[in-house]
Structure formats: structure tokens, C-alpha cells
Design a protein around this ligand. Structure first.
Ligand code: FE2
Length: 491
């Protein structure tokens, strides 16, 4: 297939409009963030770093499990400022990949900025040059999505390689040992710069499934990467009015997408976020796509909600059961932008966690409430696409104005919840289930930021006894920038 068949007209849509050379720049949250920091010291978690690399040995509190050996890779936006200007949205910072290395009961931390085109060009220029998701800025024209790629959302090991992922463009390959940037991953020449989302799913056979949203187009790109890392299949699915789409789920036979109701109105000198208009009277569209041939099999609807993350999905006869974290509206996107300029909402948005029942025969959707408040859902790797009993998440989104305050699991059968609440001076990041090598259960692994001491701590819990508190904590002598998502690779 030729490149033009993929791209078609308007594929890159609002994301990659060529910028007029005299366009204004507007990255104006630098001074207001500093003023806000004096009122809300918790915002220090969003200060970011100007360092290219971090490394240090953690001090262990408790007994770190000897059998927990490997690398816990994470990624998140870490650099937000240059030359007295600050990016306007948390999603816009340059990616920093972290590796927490653990062996023999000891933990080392290492982190390195992803040297993307954007990062290198801005470092050389000594100023911000390019727009992001929520920042309007245009000092240089750009050729395609990868000119803007900040590689800042997830770190995914697959088939002996490590990828830093960002939802708008290509994967960026990282050396898993040194964390040096190897460069943009192009699976095939005619697929260059096509989006490869930050939320791929790896099935039990080791195949990696992913999508790429092309906002402003009527297309979704669908990807299958084989267990050996080679390109298996890629296709473009026609979907009307594609806008922001962050995550998806897989089952044995299907890919499942929830498209929140935005309409996209491309406009010059306006951030990509501001080109998105929330449409509360329109439904979420649910697309069920056949994994075998990437064709649309079912199309369903449910009432409007904003969604970033899905937990897991599985088939149950003619039903698909799917968990998701749903916000009432899209206000959360603006709240995150407000944090970057030093403002905090008195009533931060919460996502309810629900179990959706998609009845494929009837075309109906019903919703069972699991939690009033949950985000960053994960399941054990061996449960992905299969029936899962436990979902692991973060809760207590009101505990700290800029993040979550607890780690919990919820049992889908009994509704029982097992939760550990950190103190008010903690900001908790995504926690990831890791299978114990002896097959006797799971650990839950994730960082938290100790605001009082301005240090980052890696927690390990027994996933079956979260409320008992961490089995051990590995405390760094410094603050590591917050990450969004990550994955454990056993040694
Ligand atoms: Fe995400």
C-alpha cells in the first residue's frame, strides 16, 4: 500500500497544520506558576527538571523482596520551561524515561530525557519553539506530527526493545540499558510519522496491539506488532469525526474503543486542546473491531462522558465486559492546564470507575458502578483481554489537588475494595501489578512523591493485602519528575 493511501486528505488534521512564519508565541504560565507555588506548595510536583539525567541509589525501608528483580520503566513529561517561558499543559512537557533497577533487595534509579527532534531543537535554540496539546506556540513551522513528538506518556518494553510513546506520533526507541535515545521507530517507510498510541496492549502470545488516532480526519490507524517485534498488520479504519482518543482495550477477538463526544474545529493560533469542543448532548461511540481483519463489527452508544483510561475487557458469550474510568465532562483537561499556571480547582473532577456490559446481540450498553473515584486502572499482564477478577487503581483524587492519594484494588465479583491511603502530603503515581516468579500472587509496584521531603519513593505492596501498607519503600535522595505510565520487565 502506498503512503498516500494511508494519509489521504486531512489525515494529520488539526495536529499538524503548517504554521505561518509570523505566528505569535504564547507560553505564558511561567510567572503565574511561581506565584501559585507560593500559595500551593503541592504544585512543586509539576515544577519539572532542567537536568538531562538523574541517577541515584534508593534507601530501603522495610524488606524489599529479593525475588523482585528487573527494571521498572516509566515515562512522563519532565521539562516544561525554557528562557522564562512555561508550557501551558502538563501533557506538553518533554518526556523523561525512568528505570528503577532492582536486584538482591536493592533499588537503583536512573532517568534520562528523551532526545526527540523537539527537545534537541529547543535546547539548541535556547527557547520553546513548537506547539503542544494545550500550548499554542509557533516559532518554527513543522513538517509532521513527529516534529512535535515529545515521547512523554508511556515506556513499553517489547521484543527486547524499549519504546517511549506519545499518542500523536511515532514510537521513539530507547536503549533499555543506558536509556539513550536511539530515535524514531519506523515500522515501514510508508508508515513514517503515523501515530502509535501510548497505550498498546500486549496479549498472552506476546503480540502488541495498538492504534493511532488521527484527529481531524475520519480515520483510525490499527497496528499489530508480532511477538518477535516485526510488523504484523496495519490498516486504516474509517471512523467519522475522530478527535481525542487516548486508550483502548482488547479481548480474545476484538479491539474496543470508546470515543468521547468532541467536535474538532481547526483554528489558527489556537491550541489543539482549544480546538476540541465538548458535546454533552452527543453519546460516547463504542467501536468493536475484529482483530482478525481490522473491520468494524459492532457500533454502540452510551451517554456522554470523558474517558482517558480503560482497565480491561473480556468476552462473555455475546457480551463484552469492560471497565473504564469516566468523567462527567471534559473539565479535567482544563484543570490540568490550570495547575501548570499555578491555579487549583476547589472542586477537582473525579472519574467514576464502571464495569460496562456491551450486549453485542442487542446493541445495548449497561453500566455498573465499581468506585466513585478511580484512575490509572491496571490489570495483571496475564489477564489482559481475558476475564479478570481484580482491577488495580489509584483513588482519593481529592487528597492532593494535583494528583491521587491512594492505591487500591477492587474485586469485580464481590465489589470488595482493598485500599491504602497515603497521608495528605503524598502524591501517588500509577501502580502496576507484577507477577511473583513463584506464581503465588502479585506485587504492586509504583512511585509516590513525598511532598514534605521533596523526595520520590518507590512502593512495593503485596497486591492481595494493599491495606496493610507497602511491604517496602525505596526512597530516593531527590525528587524525580512525575511519570504517567510504565511497565515492569523482569530480569
Ligand atoms: Fe494514559
Amino acid at each position: 500500500m502506498h503512503r498516500r493511501d494511508f494519509l489521504g486528505r486531512g489525515l494529520l488534521g488539526g495536529l499538524a497544520l503548517a504554521i505561518p512564519s509570523r505566528a505569535r508565541a504564547d507560553a505564558g504560565s511561567y510567572a503565574s506558576f511561581r506565584a501559585g507555588l507560593r500559595r500551593h506548595p503541592q504544585l512543586a510536583a509539576l515544577r519539572g527538571t532542567e537536568q538531562e539525567m538523574l541517577s541515584g541509589r534508593a534507601r530501603i525501608h522495610g524488606k524489599w523482596p529479593q525475588a523482585l528483580r528487573g527494571s521498572f520503566f516509566r515515562n512522563g513529561p519532565a521539562r516544561f520551561e525554557r528562557a522564562g517561558e512555561r508550557l501551558e499543559h502538563w501533557f506538553d512537557g518533554d518526556g523523561m524515561v525512568h528505570a528503577w533497577r532492582m536486584a538482591d533487595g536493592q533499588v537503583q534509579h536512573q532517568a534520562r530525557m528523551v532526545r526527540t527532534h523537539k527537545y534537541l531543537a529547543e535546547a539548541e535554540a535556547g527557547q520553546l519553539l513548537y506547539p503542544g496539546f494545550g500550548t499554542w506556540l509557533a516559532r518554527r513551522p513543522f513538517a509532521n506530527n513527529d516534529t512535535l513528538n515529545s515521547a512523554n506518556t508511556n515506556a513499553v518494553p517489547h521484543a527486547g526493545r524499549l519504546y517511549a510513546l506519545w499518542e500523536g506520533g511515532s514510537a521513539t526507541e530507547i536503549d533499555p540499558h543506558s536509556l539513550a535515545t536511539r530515535g524514531i521507530k519506523t515500522w515501514r517507510e510508508d508508515l513514517a510519522a503515523l501515530p502509535f498510541s501510548a497505550h498498546p496492549k500486549i496479549d498472552a502470545a506476546g503480540r502488541l496491539w495498538n492504534f493511532g488516532a488521527l484527529p481531524g480526519s475520519d480515520k483510525l490507524v490499527l497496528w499489530r506488532i508480532e511477538a518477535d517485534g516485526s510488523l504484523g498488520k496495519v490498516a486504516v479504519l474509517p471512523v467519522a469525526d475522530v478527535a481525542m482518543l487516548h486508550d483502548f482495550a482488547i479481548t480474545e477477538r476484538y479491539l474496543v474503543f470508546l470515543l468521547p463526544p468532541f467536535s474538532l474545529h481547526p483554528a489558527e493560533q489556537t491550541s489543539f486542546l482549544d480546538q476540541h469542543h465538548w458535546q454533552p448532548e452527543r453519546p460516547i461511540r463504542i467501536l468493536v473491531v475484529d482483530k482478525a481483519d481490522f473491520t468494524l463489527k459492532h457500533s454502540l452508544e452510551m451517554p456522554a462522558a470523558m474517558v482517558f483510561h480503560l482497565g480491561n475487557a473480556f468476552e462473555d458469550g455475546q457480551h463484552i465486559r469492560l471497565d473504564a474510568c469516566l468523567y462527567r465532562d471534559a473539565r479535567v483537561l482544563d484543570e490540568m492546564r490550570a495547575h501548570m499556571r499555578g491555579e487549583i480547582s476547589a472542586t477537582p473532577s473525579k472519574a467514576r470507575t464502571v464495569l460496562l456490559d456491551l450486549d453485542l446481540a442487542r446493541g445495548t450498553v449497561s453500566e455498573q458502578r465499581l468506585l466513585e473515584d478511580g484512575e490509572f486502572p491496571r490489570v495483571a499482564d496475564h489477564d489482559i483481554g481475558r476475564r479478570h477478577r481484580r482491577l488495580y487503581l489509584l483513588g482519593e483524587s481529592g487528597r492532593n489537588p494535583v494528583g491521587m492519594g491512594s492505591v487500591l484494588s477492587v474485586d469485580l465479583d464481590s465489589g470488595r475494595r482493598d485500599e491504602y491511603v497515603f497521608g495528605p502530603d503524598w502524591l501517588v503515581e500509577e501502580h502496576v501489578p507484577v507477577a511473583r516468579p513463584d506464581g503465588r500472587g502479585l506485587w504492586l509496584l509504583g512511585p509516590a512523591f513525598d511532598l514534605a521531603r521533596q523526595q520520590t519513593v518507590l512502593n512495593v505492596f503485596d497486591a492481595a493485602r494493599i491495606s496493610a501498607g507497602p511491604l517496602a519503600q525505596a526512597r530516593l535522595p531527590y525528587a524525580a519528575p512525575l511519570g504517567f505510565h510504565g511497565n515492569f520487565l523482569k530480569a
